[in-house]
Write a protein that binds this ligand. Sequence first.
Ligand code: CU
Length: 275
Amino acid sequence: MPGVTGAQTRWDDFVAIHATNNDPIHVSPILLGWHRQFNFEVERALREECGYQFGIPYLDFTRYQGVPPEQWPVFDGSPNSLSGNGVPTQDGCSCVTEGPLANWVIDLGPAGENGRCQPNPQQNGLGLNRHCLERRFDVEQLQFLSEQVVLGNILNNNDATSFMSAVERGPNFMHGSMHVFVGGTQDFTAFAPAEPIFLLLHAFLDLVYCVWQSLDPSTRFNDLAPPDVYNEIRQELQQGPPPQVNMQSPLPGFQQIRVIDTMSTTSGPYCYVYQ
Ligand SMILES: [Cu+2]
């Protein structure tokens, strides 16, 4: 990707498109639509360029309540898993050292002086910084991803303003809880797509969004939280004002796609449903 000196691979291009658009796509009305488009593009590349014949799976957090994550099929370290937890070391890293992703190398990130085990030579995280995949499971977060909480978010939020706010702010905010639960590479938003679990987390969020929309499609395919809803939480996070986007705005990083194109999984560029 032009301007991203550390990007080495096709995969890195996807990491870079997320990192370079970090501000407008998080704590923003377009969080859900943008990540829907992102997963779609990665899946298309996997299918068209790599011969992958499936969809991107979602990690159903509601299914494994009370079961230690190391026993979940996705994290049990077996050949069909995505490896498990990281192993803490004295230098403050928590690298994944076993299973299929044991040798996964991350080129980009992290951004800023955030106490990570291996800081990037560039403040913005876009320089080459080959380092391990880190995870640090925080099982406390799983209480915010229980069936009861997830169903509550679907059933108790009757417009986009309240649903999208519930996704991105506390106390039961699904988006943050998923990332903080996995921890490590997932803990730092801008470069979180550097490991594959990112896709499974966002597929789950997309599934939840899809179900919520399906309960009132004529309204919810056309409903977006107004940007100013995010003023307060952005101030708390010491971020600038939210992007002033509407349905006709181009999607950052995907200029040929408009926000309205991302509203339904069965129209615009998409044609998929969840099972
Ligand atoms: Cu993101």
